[in-house]
Write a protein that binds this ligand. Structure first.
Ligand code: NAD
Length: 429
């Protein structure tokens, strides 16, 4: 196991799979396959910078609370750090470090000139007012002001944050440096330099990768039976685009439970229903309620876990009946579950490929911002599709050439590209 002794980590929770251990085991497997030397592996296994700041915030009742805010910058050998900021009660430095590392390989795999970063504040955003969230976001970014910037580290939304938080962060950074700097964050509102197509980007990328995988089997999306866990930004967009392409979405779910329809759900009508019912989907006409556990076990062609990590693990992997599993969330399958599915001939489309559409359009937003030229949505989608399809075929070729799983193929491509850049740049001093 790689040494992580330089990172001041919290103790691992015995009840949960440590996300950083999981990330490191993927890195180790890729390094072994590539025959990387131990020194390179040591460099790549450590983040370059780990920052934890305290965020004092005045609550609406006048009380002061002090929160922790993390930012982990894993590797900038290919370009500025890039990665989301998560507001969720379960955020830990272990998780942020793992997700930062994942971003390094994802950007390298997609061929975009970024390194991996990630940030997070361990709060449940639903327990704070909008005013409190604004003060938290502004103070967090002002504490990190020397560590971020359009050519240094470019945050984006993640779970619990959205375009609204990015606008506050862009404004805070800009006010502090004295001029507008749209390129400091991506996933911004359109009014301040956001990109068309960003909102649907991750779901669109999932649809594209599933479509390519089916095409390799001589099939199209038309009539394919799909079950999707999660109906948020990623799962909702994937459902909509797959539905438009003719797929039959037989089940979707949220944290409050799921719904099933043998003939397929009317996704545009479901979106309206969810918007009118505070995101709740249970009770949607012509559907029956289904648990999240049963959704994962449905007989279907494609299963898309688009909610949380570790949803398919040793205890439930044998119930999965899908022929293709597309990891839309980050880490929804444990390593053991992934190996077990692959052993049964199931195609597992790994997260660093399947959910990369968001970071690709973030990159396109950054390019538009730096060039002061803004594209129409059709061009954004076209450029994104090109990068996603190219990456998909690189992964398939690598998998065939080396006789390895798609996940290991994706990791070897990402890790290999960074290792090559590190070797070419050399070690300073
Ligand atoms: P989101 O908060 O918009 O949506 C999450 C969805 O999951 C919601 O529908 C929620 O109700 C549901 N959910 C929560 N707990 C659940 C449970 N126990 N069982 C079933 N469903 C549950 O988040 P998102 O932006 O869609 O992100 C989802 C995943 O995709 C995360 O792992 C995230 O890191 C990853 N991801 C997101 C993006 C992006 O652009 N948003 C990009 C890459 C990866």
């Amino acid at each position: 196991m790689i040494s992580k002794s330089l990172i001041p980590l919290e103790p691992a929770s015995p009840a949960h799979i440590c996300p950083l251990d999981q990330a490191c085991s993927y890195l180790e497997a890729a390094a072994k396959e590539l025959n990387l030397n131990q020194g390179l592996l040591e460099i790549l296994s450590h983040p370059r910078k780990v920052v934890t700041v305290s965020i004092p915030v005045k609550l609406d009742d006048g009380e002061i609370q002090v929160l922790a805010g993390h930012r982990v910058q894993h590797c900038d050998v290919l370009g500025p750090y890039k990665g989301g900021i998560r507001y969720h009660q379960a955020v830990t430095l272990r998780e942020v470090s793992a997700l930062a590392m994942l971003m390094t390989w994802k950007c390298a795999l997609l061929g975009i000139p970024y390194g991996g970063g990630k940030g997070g504040i361990p709060i449940d955003p639903k327990r704070y007012s909008i005013g409190e969230l604004e003060r938290i976001s502004r103070r967090y970014i002002s504490e990190l002001i020397k560590d971020i910037g359009p050519s240094v580290d470019i945050p984006a939304p993640d779970m619990g944050t959205s375009a609204r938080e990015m606008a506050w962060m862009m404004d805070t950074y800009s006010v502090n440096v004295g001029h507008a700097v749209p390129g400091v964050v991506t996933g911004k509102p359109l009014s301040i330099g956001g990109s068309l197509g960003r909102e649907m980007a991750t779901g669109r990328g999932v649809m594209i990768i599933v479509r390519e995988a089916l095409a390799d089997q001589g099939k199209s999306l038309a009539g394919v039976r799909v079950a999707i866990q999660g109906f948020g930004n990623v799962g909702g967009a994937a459902a909509e685009l797959l539905y438009e392409a003719g797929a039959k979405i037989i089940a979707v779910s949220t944290g409050a439970g799921g719904i099933f329809s043998e003939v397929g759900l009317d996704i545009p009508a479901l979106k309206i229903y969810a918007a009118e019912n505070h995101k709740s989907i249970v009770g949607f006409p012509q559907s029956v309620a289904i648990s999240n556990a049963d959704l994962l076990a449905l007989p279907c062609d494609v299963l898309i876990p688009a909610a949380l990590e570790n949803q398919i693990a040793e205890e439930n992997v044998n119930r999965v009946q899908a022929q293709i599993v597309a990891e839309a969330a980050n880490g929804p399958l444990t390593l053991e579950a992934s190996l077990s599915l692959e052993g049964r001939g199931v195609i597992v489309l790994p997260d660093i490929l399947a959910n990369a559409g968001g970071v690709v359009v973030s990159y396109l937003e950054w390019v538009q911002g730096l060039s002061y030229v803004f594209w129409d949505e059709e061009r954004v989608n076209r450029e994104m599709e090109h990068l996603m399809v190219q990456a998909y075929h690189r992964v398939i070729q690598q998998s065939k050439k080396r006789q390895i799983s798609l996940r290991l193929a994706a990791y070897t491509l990402g890790v290999g590209r960074v290792a090559q850049a590190l070797t070419d740049r050399g070690l300073y001093p």
